[in-house]
Design a protein around this ligand. Sequence first.
Ligand code: MN
Length: 200
Amino acid sequence: MSPDTSRYRERRDLDRSPEPDAGTGEHRTESDEPRFVVQEHEASSHHYDLRLEVSGVLKSWAVPKGPSTDPSVKRLAVATEDHPLEYVDFEGTIPRGEYGEGRVIVWDTGTYENMSRDDEGEPIPVDAGYGRGHIAVWLHGQKVAGGYALTRFRPDDQWLLVKMDDAESDARRRPTSTQPESVQTGRTVDELPEPGDQES
Ligand code: MN
């Protein structure tokens, strides 16, 4: 599967938005491990975007309530268009009138390990898991860590994100509330310029 970010580019005017174009190669490569990011996105509806580096793109889901650390909590995750790898450390303000208008911070990021398996319990690539509608990953983040399962429950891009029960699960933590700062810059979304304040 070759990287295809055409849907990403179709939706955006990258002359107006500070979001990165695909193919610039301007993303950190401090590790050979695939990376993940959770970006807080204060858009028309506030949500968190979970993205996993898979086969040269970032497979992406919009998670309205963000990830939980409680294994008993199921979080809706709506699959969105593949994003370019360069998006993994994007923080900034998407201007008024542009797709995704609003503010974005890198709420958490790190590497991950694929734990996806087929019905026989054999390891499969994340791509294959995506096609089958079930992915399991072990996240190495600062706020979210350990196993997470993504399971598609409807054909129309609706998935559930659930913390797996392991040493990193904790029913009492609320990191989306108690740890709102960007792991990249220490800023909260409220500290970025509002869309209307941008020069264009
Ligand atoms: Mn978003």
